[in-house]
Ligand binder design. Structure first.
Ligand SMILES: N[C@@H](CCC(=O)N[C@@H](CS)C(=O)NCC(=O)O)C(=O)O
Length: 339
């Protein structure tokens, strides 16, 4: 038990330690190299995973491609580095990747003690539980005495401890480094429950032998705002990653899609023309080509298109927009203007 807690503490605080500021040259280094180095999940369907043909896919993966397209006009100029939960922060701190787009929760300790900067939230999530339906449990509060499978080095592991302690429930955590092994342990019956981000539960369920035999319990026990992160101390690079995120959201708000982005460049709406680079010098001011946003949208579509394709109701994960709807549709996704 002590050892397991130590793993989590290491991951959240001292791992990799290089918490100082980044050399403020990531954009130039990226241009010189000709590729963006993106730290992604080792294999989380819908977010970051390799398809059967080896091609990377997922919502986070599309963010990497959008950034490459904004810089190079070409969304294929990305080197993907798969990282486990424990590996991800040292990889970013040690300059092995230029950003993390890896279902990573924005927390205060990661933003401060770990020397990272989060650029925004590309998926509002929360932690949940999955159990076998035959267990007859309908609430997480009935899990007293349960054995719970959880991945090491995650906020998940820490929230689990908080939740059971706060509710005076006993539990036995089974802490495992790789999510594939977490899923396998749960599937083999080693644990009564599996806990992770709700998005991850949908993905994990797909990988079980009989997905229909498992239910997700109603409690969401934490806030998990997931988003891209960069090294602290390089505001120019942070701006690039941040504004690509905002561009994808603004594109959805303005009805700019992968299919119509070219014609939208001559829209009567000046806000659209500013975003697409046919009015003003917004791209150049960020160290990017004038058509940075147009290229990003042409490569992967707007935020809504990215969401639907990878995790939406028409995808195998079947997730509703919910909190990830635009603010104009009652959701939380909101981007500042290109002005
Ligand atoms: N959002 C949480 C959890 C992130 C996380 O690593 N989740 C697991 C479960 S969904 C995962 O992606 N595992 C895949 C892997 O490490 O291969 C965090 O940032 O700590």
């Amino acid at each position: 038990m002590k050892l397991k807690l130590l793993t989590a503490a290491l991951c959240l605080t001292a791992a990799g330690v290089a918490t100082g500021s980044a050399s403020a040259q990531t954009l130039q280094a990226t241009k010189d190299r000709g590729t963006v180095r993106c730290g992604v999940n080792t294999g989380l369907p819908g977010f970051g995973y390799q398809k059967d043909d080896g091609e990377w896919a997922g919502l986070d993966v599309d963010y990497c491609r959008a950034i490459a397209a904004a810089i190079f006009g070409d969304g294929t100029k990305v080197v993907f580095t798969p990282l486990s939960a424990v590996q991800r922060f040292p990889a970013l701190q040690n300059n092995e990747v230029d950003l993390l787009a890896r279902n990573t929760t924005w927390t205060m300790s990661r933003d401060t003690a770990l020397g990272l900067d989060f650029v925004g939230v590309n998926y509002y999530d929360g932690q949940g539980f999955m159990v076998r339906e035959e267990l007859g449990v309908t609430s997480a509060l009935q899990l007293s005495g349960a054995t719970v499978c959880v991945q090491a080095g995650t906020t998940t592991e820490l929230n689990l401890a908080d939740y059971f302690r706060a509710n005076n429930l006993e539990y036995n955590p089974v802490v495992i480094e790789s999510q594939a092994d977490v899923n396998a342990a749960y599937d083999s019956g080693r644990c009564d429950a599996l806990t992770t981000d709700a998005s991850g539960l949908y993905a994990s369920r797909l990988e079980l032998a009989n997905p229909d035999e498992h239910i997700v319990l109603p409690e969401i026990i934490s806030k998990e705002p997931l988003g891209p992160a960069v090294r602290q101390g390089d505001s120019q690079w942070m701006d690039v990653v941040k504004w690509v995120h905002f561009a994808l959201l603004n594109a959805e708000e303005f009805g700019i899609t992968q299919a119509n982005v070219e014609e939208m460049k001559s829209s009567d709406n000046i806000e659209i023309r500013r975003l697409l680079g046919t009015d003003g010098t917004f791209g150049q001011d960020a160290g990017l080509p004038a058509d940075w946003a147009a290229k990003a949208i042409a490569a992967v579509g707007n935020y809504g298109e990215i969401f639907e394709r990878n995790v939406g109701t028409g995808s195998p994960l079947g997730i509703a927009r919910g909190q990830n709807a635009l603010w104009t549709n009652g959701g939380l996704q909101y981007a500042p203007p290109v002005r």
